[in-house]
Design a binder for this molecule. Structure first.
Ligand SMILES: Nc1ncnc2c1ncn2[C@@H]1O[C@H](COP(=O)(O)OP(=O)(O)O)[C@@H](O)[C@H]1O
Ligand SMILES: [Mg+2]
Length: 311
């Protein structure tokens, strides 16, 4: 088995992708696996063609990496790969679509409305903002309906901050998700495996000083992580069960990360699901693996091997 880690790409998260890709490469190398790192460019398809012994590990963030496009291409080429299939990645990628499925399946998720930039223009932004505030109250969180790494996300506590938050959001995508802000304990639950064999790793609790934004995520110091999260056994079981339900109901494969806020009533509110969780030094999934007592080297080797053996 040769593992080809794909990292880089042209998204806002290129840098994070490269860092994750290099970490995966190092761990697999330590496991004695033959592994190379590639960007997604015109040499990719020629490199993959006619290779029987290769498994691809897509480590691209943002659109085309996480929205199912790259996965669709790999299916077209008949190359085995790590992670969620194209069809299911399409669903997980769009937050408003994933949230509709959570609501259907009885998985708690904050109240929300999804609105494209064009609609604000057509009916008048101020009217829409009035309707949002009247109906949902404040605070709300404004975020791109698609995306990651907290880019374009703002917490809005005052009415007059809302239009600026929307402008910021639309810099990252043409559709905004406006969501009731939940207060409580933020945790990230990483899942390994597929279907009935999937398991939840110990939750990581995230305590950010200020916003848990892009800067806080990738620069050590602004966030304190507690692994495992400081939860009662009941609450730990609730978040694990909720994250597993998300992974299974969305038919995710191999690895994922579900972001949850355990609200003041003890309800696990799902705010985000990631089919390509970050695997950098400060990322959450690697912290959870270590907290579970397993070695990253061994876990990554078995993820690659499971994907290789799948067909
Ligand atoms: N509804 C919400 N209530 C409170 N905080 C939120 C809410 N939605 C997002 N956040 C905060 O913003 C961060 C980024 O939002 P998230 O939906 O996870 O976007 P991304 O896909 O960019 O990771 C979360 O980690 C959390 O700290
Ligand atoms: Mg998130």
């Amino acid at each position: 088995m040769d593992v080809m880690v794909l990292a880089g790409g042209l998204s806002h998260e290129r840098d994070v992708s490269m860092r994750s890709g290099r970490r995966v490469q190092e761990e697999l190398r330590d496991a004695g696996v033959k592994v190379s790192l590639h960007d997604v460019d015109s040499s990719l398809i020629p490199l993959l063609r006619g290779r029987e012994d290769v498994v691809v590990w897509p480590m691209l963030h943002g659109a085309s990496g996480e929205d199912g496009s790259l996965q669709g291409l790999l299916e077209l080429l008949g190359v085995p790969y790590v992670g969620t299939r194209a069809r299911e990645a399409r669903v997980a990628w769009v937050k408003s679509v994933a949230k509709a499925i959570f609501a259907r399946d009885g998985i708690a998720t904050p109240e929300y409305v999804t609105l494209p930039q064009s609609l604000f223009r057509e009916v008048g932004a101020e009217h829409v903002i009035d309707a949002i505030v009247d109906r949902m109250g404040l605070p709300v969180v404004v975020k791109p309906a698609r995306g990651g790494s907290a880019l374009g996300v703002s917490l809005v506590t005052e009415r007059d901050q809302l239009s600026r938050a929307l402008v910021h959001c639309f810099a990252y995508g043409d559709t905004a998700l406006i969501e009731a802000a939940v207060t409580g304990t933020e945790v990230a639950v990483s899942i390994l495996g597929t279907g009935d064999d999937a398991e939840a790793l110990p939750a990581v609790e995230i305590q950010a000083e200020g916003a848990y934004d892009y800067d806080a995520r990738y620069n050590p110091g602004r966030v304190e992580y507690f692994v495992p999260a400081r939860l009662t056994p009941d609450d730990a079981a609730t978040v694990a069960r909720t994250a597993l339900a998300v992974h299974r109901n969305l038919s995710l494969r191999d690895l994922s990360r579900v972001d949850i806020i355990l609200d003041d009533q003890g309800i696990a509110q799902v705010i985000d699901v990631n089919v390509t969780p970050g695997l950098t030094e400060t990322s959450l999934l690697p912290q959870s693996v270590e907290a579970s007592g397993r070695s990253l080297t061994e876990v990554y080797r078995s993820i690659a091997a499971a994907a290789y053996d799948r067909e």
